[in-house]
Design a protein around this ligand. Structure first.
Ligand code: AMP
Length: 431
């Protein structure tokens, strides 16, 4: 199937061809037609499937078809859980709208609001936002959502995981009831269906990949290893395999820093990205990783969400996530849009339960290898790792905070704030 058959405008086809895309991905083939018809859509799409273009292209088409307003009220709102994803989606919106008369802006916490406000004031059609900063600016009456025609909730499952439900409900109340709603989620849990039921109006349901399945192109492998030998093993794998671009997941921020230091100590260029890092440090680390000056990016789950690194060849789980769905999100960083990739997990005895849960979720046994000199400890306990080392499997929302990034901080400050708070300085200080 070619993009020409989807009914997108010439200006959009030109932008698509400039990006180098030849054919629409499965999620794009399924989601674009109903969105163009003006229907609400509930889409299940993993990271790396091309979902961003799946909603952005038809959204831009619809906005450019409608008569231009004299001044530019915000006509489309794209909500994302994290700053990184917001920045990435915004970059896509900019690229795809290059040949259209549409303006866009992005807002998120952790940075000065002034330039963001100035941008909005100049008149924009599309706003990409994280919930905290959006509510903050609306509270200050610096933006209005009263003219929104299209709402996109991107990575809705992650928004719920991060405890944004109340913020989402509040944002809904700021918009007109009559609008087109699009919800994208990697997983279709009961909570997501409930949220969808409250927001979407007779949605068309599209699913590009089976629920919680991992992308076929990803070669998954487990190395059984003693806990204390993991650092040595990962350094050996990276060095022996001459891996050039590796994304490594740790369960904690402290763990990310520690591993990063060890890598650098062994002569492997590495950077860590997590909630305690400033936005500037995160952007720098990501830019270095993309341009090849940083070989290994060590990340925690929330910080890594939304990173757009095309054709990432290697993802390593230095520790398995204690929430099985996170495994699917993590390995979705490789094998993006048809490229092949490798996802490796270093598993010690105390992670055995997590491994079984993951295998249940993805519906397959993962092949296991043992490297000579890095054998598992036969005497180690298979009792799961203590709760303090990661997030609880049963109370995700509360414990997400142990790994919180600024988006979580946004959430707390916005929840605390009274509805029409104009005390800008105090709210800024909290960020
Ligand atoms: P996403 O799932 O939106 O994060 O997209 C994953 C990656 O696939 C991004 O690097 C996109 O630029 C790329 N991509 C999106 N649509 C296509 C397409 N039709 N053909 C090739 N690559 C694409």
């Amino acid at each position: 199937m070619s993009f020409n058959t989807l009914g997108l405008s010439e200006a959009l086809l030109k932008a698509i061809s400039k990006k180098g895309y030849t054919n629409p991905s499965p999620i794009q083939q399924k989601a674009i037609p109903p969105i163009l018809e003006g229907q609400d859509v509930l889409a299940s799409a993993q990271t790396g499937t091309g979902k961003t273009a799946g909603f952005t292209l038809p959204l831009l088409h619809l906005l450019s078809e409608n008569p231009k307003q004299k001044y530019r009220p915000i006509r489309a709102l794209i909500l994302t859980p994290t700053r990184e994803l917001a920045a990435q989606v915004y970059a896509n919106v900019r690229e795809y709208s290059e040949f259209l008369n549409l303006r866009s802006a992005v807002i998120f916490g952790g940075v000065n609001q002034k330039p963001q406000v100035a941008n909005i004031r100049s008149g924009i059609d599309i706003l990409v936002a994280t919930p905290g900063r959006l509510i903050d600016l609306e509270n200050q009456r610096l933006l209005s959502l009263k003219r929104v025609e299209i709402l996109v909730l991107d990575e809705a499952d992650r928004m719920l995981d991060m405890g944004f439900l109340r913020d989402i409900e509040r944002i809904m109340s700021m918009m007109p009831a009559k609008r087109q709603n699009l919800m994208f989620s990697a997983t279709f849990s009961k909570d997501i269906r409930k949220l969808a039921h409250g927001i979407l109006n007779h949605p068309v349901q599209v699913e590009a990949t089976p629920e919680n399945s991992t992308v076929d192109a990803i070669n998954q492998k487990v190395y059984r290893v003693a806990k204390g030998l993991k650092t040595g093993l990962i350094i050996k794998l990276i060095s022996d395999g001459s891996w050039k671009q590796v994304l490594v997941f740790t369960r904690t921020k402290h763990g990310a820093n520690k591993l990063c230091k060890k890598m650098i100590g062994s002569g492997i260029s590495a950077a860590a990205i997590h909630g305690n890092k400033s936005q500037g440090a995160r952007t720098k680390a990501l830019a270095g990783f993309k341009n090849g000056s940083v070989r290994v990016l060590v990340a925690t789950d929330i910080a890594a969400r939304g990173l757009d690194i095309p054709l990432l060849p290697h993802v390593v789980n230095f520790e398995l996530p204690n929430i099985s769905e996170d495994y699917v999100h993590r390995i979705g960083r490789t094998g993006r849009a048809g490229a092949s990739g490798e996802a490796i997990s270093l598993v010690s005895a105390d992670e055995t339960t997590y491994l079984r849960d993951i295998e249940k979720l993805v519906g397959m046994r993962l092949p296991v290898e043992i490297v000579e000199g890095f054998e598992p400890d036969p005497n180690a306990s298979t009792e799961p790792v203590k709760q303090s080392q990661g997030r609880s499997r049963n109370s995700r929302n509360n414990n997400r905070n142990s790994n919180a990034n600024s988006s979580n901080k946004d959430r707390h400050s916005s929840n605390r704030r009274p509805k029409r708070n104009t005390n800008r300085k105090s709210s800024d200080r909290r960020r």
